[in-house]
Design a protein around this ligand. Sequence first.
Ligand SMILES: [Fe+2]
Length: 189
Amino acid sequence: MSHPSLQAFIADCRERASRHAQPALAVEAIAPAMHAFTRDAERFLKPEHYRADPGHYARNAIYIAPEQDLSLFALVWSPGQWTPIHDHGSWGVVSVLRGTLHERSYVRTDHGQSTDTGIDLVPGGVFLLDPGTVTSFVPNPDHIHRTGVPDDGAQVVSLHLYGRNMDSFHIYDFDARSRRRVNVAHNES
Ligand SMILES: [Fe+2]
């Protein structure tokens, strides 16, 4: 499986997603395409997709569908930069291009998925994702995690394909047992 262009990869992912109404089946179908594309992705990405930000991890938009039903971002993480604990409200397929991305997962145990308070989170372990690795998530129940790079790590570049325009998500306050929806910024290409 090879993709002659970024546009071909996105079209291929859109076609694979369109075949499956169930998010879990959509990410199963897309993951091999992401895996193959990741080997060649550096050929297709432009310098603006590698922008870092000294203040926080950088979200560089590669593609946002006019229909708002698909988006692809390159995220650039400098050492010590982490997301807050968050969910996605969408399916997603993620791969690593450079460095080792750390993912710390959380399991929601209060049996609520739609409430914003009374949230019980239990730490669910850690994954270290090296270049070439593909991982995914689905909503309902949503995947809750934080990702980033430890202080003594090296810069990470990762690719994130979502089943919507990922312009907002819930962030969780572990101690307050609550969450709130926030808009998240990105750099345009
Ligand atoms: Fe995430």
